[in-house]
Write a protein that binds this ligand. Sequence first.
Ligand code: ADP
Ligand code: MG
Length: 505
Amino acid sequence: MERKVVVVVAVSVAAVACGMAAAAVGWRVRKRREWKKAVRVVREVEEECETSVERLRQVVDAMAVEMHAGLASEGGSKLKMLLTHVHNLPNGSERGTYYALDLEGTYFRVLRVHLNGQQSAILEHEVELQTIPQHLLTSTSKDFFDFIASSLKEFVEKEGDDSELSVARRKELGFTFSFPIKQISVCSGILITWTKGFSIVDMVRKDVPACLQEALVQKGLDLRVAALVNDTVGTLALGHYHDADTVAAIVIGTSTNACYLERTDAIIKCQGLLTTSRSMVVNMEWGNFWSSHLPRTSYDIDLNAESPNPNDQGFEKMISGMYLGDIVRRIILKMSLESDILGHISSKFSMPFILSTPMIAAMHEDDSPNLREVERILKDILEVPDVPLKVRKLMMKVCGIVTRRAARLAAAGIVGILKKIGRDGSGGITGGRRSDMKMRRTVVAIEGGLYSNYTLFREYLHEALHEILGEDIAKHVILKVTEDGSGIGTALLAASHSSNNVDRI
Ligand code: ADP
Ligand code: MG
């Protein structure tokens, strides 16, 4: 009897043990299956984001062809290729004190820059940042520019600008205006539409610098608006001031854009207008570039469809800091829908733009042994705690895929510009590669928070530039970081387009 009980107990224990072992095996099998599903999502994205050098060369060619089309006729390409009328880039010989007004969003900056004409040094500069009162964003052009003019007057009068040079000369101002305008001359342009929360209705279709100039005159301030530019043109000016081989400028921050120096005879759409100068800066608005060669994923398609400007800014939506974090978020959401590797589906995964680009940079560049930064962001921002190390590594990989594609496409865009102006070592957009061609030193000024702060983005971009161009050509192409093109660069444009420079044109 006793023996029987023992046997029964032993059999039961064995059955439970077997059951537990089977459950453990089942759990492991299920976990492995879930892991594989998540890996499959990542592998698919990786394949779709593929930017082989062959594909990048197709993007290069498409960029050069679209640039050509945009210069041939108005509306000839998604690239607007806007004329800036900037034909004198500063070269380091400028002297005197110049001002800049940088109106970007709900704040503006005023700057004063002192130049002594020697070795392209900037002697000194001062900056003041001011917030625009909310009510002025929807007021009248008079109220708005009265406010700006008062601030400028205060700034100018506070100056210690008593050098002989400054007293003798008229004061000049460069104006960085980051809204869509139709430029008429270097110092005049018509506002097409407001963006970024501004709605000063009576300003639309008015000449923006003329409105500012009128307000300045009324305040009794003798300050001439000498140049109206966007931030990319300011970057080119600053680059050129320090290095005369600078031929193009790229901004890669929240948004992205590029401009470059073009021969006026290549600007076919405006031949009659352009008889005086041999070259002019063209503002590409390259964020709007599109080509079927761009590696597009379902995540890009969804991001675009849900954006306020679907079908616009296609290139920008794959490249700039505004969007990279959100592409990563969409991939993580898909992983969590397809597998349970992140546990429950956090509601945060569905919140647009909750994951910013600096956050994906922090995850991607996390060099702690246990990826503590990845863990922190997943926990604090996306509200997923206790993510295993293996999964954290997968998240890091996703950040890398999205960033690498962005950086490599930006590199292809840059080479597209070089190709258009015959600085890529080939014979231009129709010619083949000519190994005997003598390559000139070519500098591209570059600026923006994404490029400057995200080391791996920068490294991917440089690597792709070398791959596309080949070492022999790439060694002649220099990317130079500038700082504050939209402020200092614009003041330099006031100097190079100053009415005091009678001898320059
Ligand atoms: P803006 O483009 O808004 O005029 P910036 O050129 O300073 O200003 O760029 C800011 C943008 O750069 C941010 O919106 C962000 O997308 C990106 N950025 C800033 N810091 C980092 C970082 N550490 N890592 C990655 N991206 C960054
Ligand atoms: Mg900026």
